[in-house]
Design a protein around this ligand. Structure first.
Ligand code: NAP
Ligand code: ZN
Length: 352
């Protein structure tokens, strides 16, 4: 099925914690159900940083990160029906799954019972071909894992929706954020700022929780009704038993008990942030108020399209800082310090 390969410029890390450098990957010519996409923009997710630094212990090198991809279709396979060349599209964190199990049939490919194939740092279902991500000129993807970008949404600001957007939209929907619900978002980075915008558009009353007071004006502009800086211990006290739902996007080890105490009776805190460390939970943070601690990963393809259409309708997109590819190593350093408002996006034209 793989005909000729297409030489593609990319940026890769050659080993754990190494700086990213110019690299070349091969993309397959589109098979019958494949789509070839000319990548225009790629967001920089904290997961890229975790994996380049091998913090989760699952990294393979050379690694071309990037799973917040937007671009234009240049070629389609003969069985592709939903898309045509010239369409504005996106690709997120996964590029394949078994497509047959109960989870895939339910539109929950991210929980595929065989396995989903991640956009990078993974192996295709053939068991041998490594996947390379969006810090590259183009990508070939099965049409099921391609979504449509709403007409009026700029491709650069849309890119972060493919991971940061869907990763927060999915738990907000699953745990029914909406009118009458008090939702808190912990961590105001790429995921957090999207969670604030989405939960507000869903009609929930949103509180942004950040470490300092620095992001207050921005958070209110994004739709937060309240802002809480955890550097202020009196603010934490006032927030006890206040929220129905907390979306926790924290990327490094933090005390979960502090946030669990902010849940009402029957409240749920959902971890989407994925630090490599264990996060100790005190039983009495959960027991007395029948609280739950949950987790969630990205979202299925149907829901990803639904999220994009929701964002199109509510005029929501990411707040971004556009960078050329040769600024990526500097961007990683800044991301580690929490110094980004609120997502770096690579202009892939700078790679060509
Ligand atoms: P990001 O832009 O770096 O934002 C993370 C935010 O977490 C920071 O801006 C900071 O917010 C807060 N934070 C970091 N360390 C903290 C600490 N020790 N205590 C309290 N707050 C802290 O990262 P991101 O791209 O949004 O990703 C966030 C996490 O989600 C990462 O771990 C990433 O791997 C994970 N992720 C998971 C999924 C999934 O499917 N579940 C998908 C994508 C990403 P303030 O400066 O506002 O305090
Ligand atoms: Zn991501």
């Amino acid at each position: 099925m793989i005909k000729t390969a297409i030489k593609t410029k990319a940026y890769a890390a050659n080993g754990s914690g190494q700086e990213l450098k110019s690299f070349e990957v091969q993309r397959r010519e589109p098979g019958p159900s494949d789509i070839l996409i000319d990548i225009k923009f790629c967001g920089v997710c904290h997961s890229d940083l975790h994996q380049v630094h091998n913090e989760w212990g699952i990294s393979n090198f050379p690694m071309v990160p990037g799973h917040e991809i937007t671009g234009i279709i240049t070629k389609i396979g003969e069985r592709v029906t939903r898309f045509k060349p010239g369409d504005r599209v996106g690709v997120g964190c996964m590029v394949d799954s078994c497509k047959e199990c109960k989870s895939c049939k339910d539109g929950l490919e991210q929980y595929c019972e065989k396995r989903m194939v991640l956009t990078y740092n993974d192996i295709e279902l053939d068991g041998k071909t490594p996947t390379y991500g969006g810090y590259s000129e183009r990508i070939t993807v099965h049409e099921r894992f391609v979504v449509r970008i709403p007409d009026d949404m700029p491709l650069d600001k849309a890119a972060p929706l493919l991971c940061a957007g869907i990763t927060t939209y999915s738990p907000l929907m699953h745990w029914k954020a909406g009118p009458g619900k008090a939702v808190a978002v912990v961590g105001l980075g790429g995921l957090g700022h999207m969670a604030v915008k989405l939960a507000n558009a869903m009609g929930a009353s949103v509180t942004a929780i950040s470490r300092s007071a620095n992001k207050k004006t921005d958070a209110i502009a994004m739709g937060a009704k309240e802002y809480l800086a955890t550097s202020d211990s009196s603010a934490i006290e006032k927030a006890q038993e206040r929220f129905d739902l907390i979306i926790n996007t924290v990327s490094s080890a933090a005390d979960m008990n502090t946030y669990l105490g902010m849940l009402k009776r029957d409240g749920v805190m959902v971890l989407v942030g994925a630090p490599s460390e264990a996060l100790p939970v005190h039983p009495f943070s959960l027991i007395p108020k029948r609280r739950s601690l949950a987790g969630s990963t990205i979202g299925g393809m149907r829901e990803t399209q639904e999220m994009l259409d929701f964002c199109g309708k509510h005029l929501i997109a990411a707040d971004i800082e556009l960078i050329p590819i040769d600024k990526i190593n500097e961007a990683y350093k800044r991301l580690l310090k929490g110094d980004v408002r609120y997502r770096f996006v690579i202009d892939i034209a700078s790679l060509k």
